[in-house]
Design a binder for this molecule. Structure first.
Ligand SMILES: Nc1ncnc2c1ncn2[C@@H]1O[C@H](COP(=O)(O)OP(=O)(O)OP(=O)(O)O)[C@@H](O)[C@H]1O
Ligand SMILES: [Mg+2]
Length: 371
């Protein structure tokens, strides 16, 4: 009886204590665990990341623009495989002052519903209704109530500017609420069309940086001198393009000197697609990257001009006047009834090719093809 009394009395004051000191904190922790999201895995930077002068400068510029209240949209552009996605992931991983960083890959065809689902997933939003417009309204409402960084990776088509953002349900940041946008694209004109207040170009790697990236991916620490010699020549052929460097290095890692020699000879002969180890791995990204940029050129004349440029020897500066003459001879623009008109057309095509990084400035008004 006495014992029973003791226990009853004890339980009457121990139970609340247990609840306060033990159960509630555990319950809070469990609730927190279910609610809190792990860091966005999209934004994890590879351990093989190499810092480069160009991407460091771009990184700093973007970080500054993120702090600037006047900037709503930041455009990051550069040729295929130069490291835009890698860079914006790093930015997303290090950006401060946002409730959440959302990363969406847009790609060639705009799929609004897919984007809405990805954004909702990143912010733990369960849509109440499944129709596109209602989803947009739900996203808009949630995103307007906080501060978010939205990374739209790989834009091709010029969107209907802010109207498309509205259709998806992305409110631009105003008075500290809403979304700051970083978009990446291969084409400068996409940044212009989207009216990005800050436009940042990512450029190719310098020689030393290219070597570090190659060495890291090819595992050259104990390689013999003939392999090192071939590696140096192969890197030269990669022209500082991270995608080409990583693709080549991984394909050749651990292979014997003959395979290295063979790969180098084929690269020097511009036979990228014939390198067996690349074919085997179906790792044709460097080639595909160029092909997609080419296919996205707006008109046939731009494609033909690019092909004409590609006929020149590697690294050769092309005289604009020569291109004008070829265009005239081949009647590439049938509305041009004078050389003057054709010249204007060729100059506009050159701007197009430069904007999507297929050509770059050479000396004295000449242009060099990029690859
Ligand atoms: N700084 C870097 N350090 C290490 N690897 C890099 C770096 N930059 C790019 N790479 C590698 O190069 C390849 C291409 O990079 P990334 O996908 O970022 O290019 P991109 O500019 O986004 O290309 P695309 O226009 O095709 O989208 C990837 O394999 C990536 O890992
Ligand atoms: Mg990319």
């Amino acid at each position: 009886m006495a014992l029973e009394f003791c226990l009853a009395t004890a339980s009457s004051f121990v139970a609340p204590l247990l609840a306060d000191y033990l159960v509630k904190p555990i319950e809070r922790r469990i609730r927190y665990l279910f609610r809190a999201k792990l860091p966005n895995l999209d934004l994890v930077t590879s351990k093989n990341h190499v810092d480069s002068k160009s991407s460091d400068a771009a990184f700093n510029k973007i970080m500054e623009a993120l702090k600037d209240d006047k900037v709503q949209k930041i455009g990051v552009w550069g040729m295929g495989g130069v490291g835009k996605t890698t860079l914006v992931k790093k930015v997303g991983g290090e950006a401060k002052g946002f409730d959440r960083v959302i990363m969406v890959t847009v790609s060639e065809t705009l799929d609004i519903e897919k984007m809405q689902n990805k954004i909702a997933d990143d912010i733990d939003l369960n849509f109440e209704k499944k129709t596109g417009e209602v989803k947009a309204a739900e996203l808009w409402s949630r995103l307007s109530n906080g501060k978010f960084l939205v990374i739209l990776d790989d834009l091709w088509n010029e969107w209907d500017d802010d109207e498309d953002l509205r259709k998806i349900g992305i409110p631009l940041v105003e008075n500290g609420k809403g979304c700051k946008i970083i978009l990446t694209t291969r084409n400068y004109s996409v940044c212009q069309h989207m009216e990005c207040e800050e436009i940042v170009q990512v450029k190719i790697l310098e020689d030393r940086e290219a070597w570090t990236l190659f060495e890291m991916n090819a595992g050259l620490k104990n390689a013999d001198s003939s392999v090192i010699g071939e590696a140096k020549k192969i890197i030269k052929e990669c022209k500082g393009l991270p995608l080409a460097i990583v693709t080549q290095a991984r394909a050749l890692k651990g292979k014997g000197p003959n395979t290295w020699k063979d790969a180098r000879e084929k690269l020097e002969g511009s036979e990228l697609m014939e390198i067996r180890s690349i074919q085997k791995k179906k790792d044709k990204n460097a080639y595909m990257s160029l092909k997609i940029s080419y296919e996205h050129l707006e008109d046939k004349m731009a494609q033909t001009c690019f092909l004409l440029c590609a006929l020149y020897p590697e690294d050769h500066s092309i005289n604009v006047e020569d291109l004008v003459r070829y265009a005239w001879g081949l009647n590439l623009y049938n509305k041009a009834n004078s050389i003057e008109k054709m010249r204007n057309e060729v100059l506009s095509v050159i701007d197009q090719l430069k904007d999507c990084c297929l050509l770059e400035d050479g000396d004295d008004g000449r242009y060099v093809p990029k690859l």
